[in-house]
Structure formats: structure tokens, C-alpha cells
Design a protein around this ligand. Structure first.
Ligand code: GLU
Length: 424
């Protein structure tokens, strides 16, 4: 058994978790230490302060970040998160994960991430628009279709991307759709982008189930998180024939061993006054912690970082974990899950469907030629399946779990590009 190194709450730091796996992968790859050192640190971190006149007449200052981890494979790519928990270390970790993710799924991008410390649920549309435009102004020299391309993440969606396109286009005096992805369809968005991350999670789950010999109609699945990624993953995994027995969001967990009708739950959230699962009566209420430890075949953590830790990993019953969120498992929990024999499809692979279709969106913007949804889905599914098979066989060949295999695949590619480019 592995020595239990307890994660001491609240000291979870996604950057530590990223760094620990990075160190393992670097060692397994036998990577030159000097090159490895370049990959350990971001290319640049920008902190901005954005003053916003709130609806009540008070002027409030919001702290925002943009971290570009790497631009070696192409323009840096990654979402923007609006949350009170956003901090520089978190954004650094998320930016590095984008670098490995883009490399794993073989798209020509580096990695970046942005965030603003704010509570979007408590802000009006007017305030959110001013904040998003202020953030775009502050980062106008970082963003660009050939330099750094944002996208949605937690707390942001197509509307925020529309404001970014508009503000950026006004600054540069011409429509610049390719500066950001995840846009509304009428503003240069791609069909299929909204569902792409959840769809990639489903393709990953389906591929992993085949490897484990699990039959969809005999499986149960628990999904933590019911935002864009969680709800769509749940819907598409249910469509495979899997019974979804529990879902959750900020209002708590909802468990029904007979199965939850996911479209019903999605409609409930869309129509209820809290815009959450609060009051969803077709399941028993449990906590967000309990949901992770339920009896099930497949667990999809699609909420946020640091949910599966050394405190609860040994209580996990699932045979398969497909990480819809970025960083839901701490590094200390990896070895516990390994010892339990759980197959973990890591975040940088499982949730790469979103950035893959972001790439398709950017390509369409640059060509001015738009694809059908069927074409987007077909190419997205193929990219995800290929990446899964590649990481799976790499893990078997090198005797490492899928997480370390994914890091090794991504890091090796970036390191080789770094060496080829040279110029130090
Ligand atoms: N925020 C998403 C992620 O973490 C999408 C990023 C993108 O499309 O650029 O992968």
C-alpha cells in the first residue's frame, strides 16, 4: 500500500498538483533538466485591476489575471474563469494544463488561462459587461488571433465571449472573430462548440468502458457538477444507455438509484428561479462530498479542482473516473486510486473536446467558411478517440497510469518543439 500523505485542508494548491505530475513525467522521460526548467514556469503572468462602476453607484476594483504558460506549439489558448476563488497559482496551473492538453489532443496551440476574482451570480448583466470589456482593454496587447486566444471557462459563456470580440474589434478597428472562441453562433461561433467538452467526456468514457469491458446498459454513473461540462456529459453518457444515478451542483447532491432523467434536470435548472438544482424533487438530497463516494461504475467529477483528495480517495467505489473538470484530483490521491485499480482518464485528455472544437472554430473564422454540426462532431469525436487510444497505448507501453502517460505525451511534444525552435 502507498504511504498516505494527507492533504492538509485548506492547503490544496492546483499548482502543486500540476507540478508533482510534471516532475514525475519529466523524470520518466529522462528530459534534460535545463529544458525541463523552461516548462516548469509560465512565459508570462499579467495581473490587471479593473475598475467597474457598479449599478449602485459604487466604484469597485476587480483583480484579473492572464497567464501564458507556453506559445511553443502555436498561439496560447485557454479559457477565462469568473470566480471568487480565482488566484494566481490556480491560473498558473490551469494555464500549464492547457499546454499539455493541446499537445495531447494534437492541436497547434500553446496554453494559457485567465481569471477574474468576482462572483458572477451576484452581478448584473450591465456590471458583467463592463467588467469583461475592462478586462479586454487591459489585456489588448496580450490577446490576439495569432498570439493568445481566450475562451469560456467556469462562470463565463458565449455572452462574455461576444463582449470580448466586440471590444477587441473596436480597439483594432476591424472585426476580429478569431481572437476568442466559444462565441455565439451568429458572431462567428462554431456549431457543436457549446456541447464539445461534454461530448469529449462522453467519447472518453465510451472508449474507457470498452477497454474495461463495461457494457453501457449495465453501468451506473455519478456526475459531480451540473454546469456546461457536467450537464452535457451526463446527458450524452445517459444517451449511451448508462443510468445516471446522481448529479450535483452548488446547491448539493441529488441521488436516485432508479436513475435521473437528465433532460428533465436540465429543464429544471433552466426554469427554476435559482438557476440551479435547488429544490429538484425527483431524487434524494445528499451532500457534494457524499456524491463522490456513491456506489457506481463511472464517476465524472465535472465541478472544480481538488475534489478527490487523500481524504476521500480510498472511499471511491467507481471503477472508472473520467475527469470533466480541470484538476479534480490532487496529486496525493493519484496513488490511492492507482492502488484501488481505478482507471482514471485524466483532465488533460478527458475534457480536451472543448479546446479541440475551439480550434475548429478558429479555423472556420480564419477561412470564413463554416462547417455543419455533423462535421464538427465527427472531427471532434475522431480527435478525442485518437488521443485516447494514443495515451492508453502509451500508458501500457511505459507501464504508467493514464495521467502520467498523458503528461508524458504532452510534455515530450512541447520539449521537442522547444529544442527545435532553439534561440536561447
Ligand atoms: N476552458 C476550456 C478548457 O479548460 C476550454 C478552453 C478553450 O477552448 O480554449 O479546456
Amino acid at each position: 500500500m502507498t504511504d498516505l500523505i494527507k492533504d492538509e485542508k485548506p492547503s490544496h494548491n492546483p499548482l502543486d498538483s500540476m507540478m508533482k505530475r510534471l516532475e514525475i513525467a519529466i523524470e520518466k522521460l529522462g528530459l534534460d533538466e535545463q529544458f525541463a526548467n523552461v516548462l516548469k514556469v509560465p512565459d508570462r503572468c499579467v495581473i490587471v485591476n479593473i475598475p467597474v462602476m457598479m449599478d449602485d453607484g459604487n466604484l469597485k476594483v476587480f483583480e484579473g489575471y492572464r497567464v501564458v504558460h507556453s506559445s511553443h506549439l502555436g498561439p496560447s489558448k485557454g479559457g477565462i474563469r469568473y470566480s471568487m476563488d480565482v488566484n494566481l497559482d490556480e491560473v498558473k496551473a490551469l494555464a500549464a494544463w492547457m499546454t499539455w492538453k493541446c499537445a495531447v489532443v494534437n492541436i497547434p496551440y500553446g496554453g494559457a488561462k485567465g481569471g477574474i476574482k468576482c462572483n458572477p451570480r451576484e452581478m448584473s448583466t450591465n456590471e458583467l459587461e463592463k467588467l469583461t470589456r475592462g478586462y479586454t482593454q487591459a489585456l489588448k496587447s496580450v490577446f490576439g488571433p495569432d498570439s493568445d486566444i481566450p475562451a469560456p471557462d467556469m462562470g463565463t459563456g458565449p455572452q462574455e465571449m461576444a463582449w470580448i470580440v466586440d471590444e477587441y474589434s473596436k480597439i483594432f478597428g476591424q472585426n476580429s472573430f478569431a481572437v476568442v472562441t466559444g462565441k455565439p453562433i451568429v458572431l462567428g461561433g462554431s456549431l457543436g462548440r457549446f456541447e464539445a467538452t461534454g461530448r469529449g467526456v462522453m467519447v472518453s468514457a465510451r472508449s474507457a468502458m470498452a477497454k474495461l469491458g463495461l457494457k453501457a446498459t449495465e453501468c451506473t454513473c455519478v456526475v459531480q457538477g451540473f454546469g456546461n461540462v457536467g450537464s452535457i456529459s451526463a446527458k450524452l453518457i445517459e444517451q449511451l444507455g448508462v443510468k445516471i444515478t446522481a448529479i450535483s451542483d452548488i446547491s448539493g447532491g441529488y441521488y436516485n438509484p432508479e436513475g435521473i432523467d437528465i433532460m428533465d434536470a436540465i429543464d429544471y435548472v433552466a426554469n427554476c428561479e435559482f438557476k440551479s438544482l435547488e429544490g429538484f424533487a425527483k431524487a434524494d438530497k445528499i451532500t457534494n462530498e457524499e456524491i463522490l463516494e456513491l456506489e457506481c461504475d463511472i464517476l465524472v467529477p465535472a465541478a472544480m479542482e481538488d475534489q478527490i483528495t487523500s481524504d476521500n480517495a480510498s472511499n471511491i467505489k467507481a471503477k472508472l473516473i473520467v475527469e470533466g473538470a480541470n484538476g479534480p484530483t490532487t496529486a496525493n490521491a493519484d496513488s490511492i486510486l492507482n492502488d484501488l485499480g481505478v482507471l482514471v482518464v485524466p483532465d488533460i485528455l478527458a475534457n480536451a473536446g472543448g479546446v479541440t472544437v475551439s480550434y475548429f472554430e478558429w479555423v472556420q473564422n480564419r477561412l470564413g467558411y463554416y462547417w455543419t454540426e455533423e462535421r464538427v462532431n465527427r472531427r471532434g469525436d475522431r480527435a478525442m478517440k485518437t488521443a485516447f487510444d494514443n495515451v492508453y497505448s502509451y500508458s501500457e507501453k511505459h507501464g504508467v497510469n493514464m495521467r502520467i502517460a498523458a503528461y508524458m505525451v504532452g510534455i515530450e511534444k512541447v520539449a521537442n518543439t522547444l529544442k527545435l525552435r532553439g534561440g536561447f
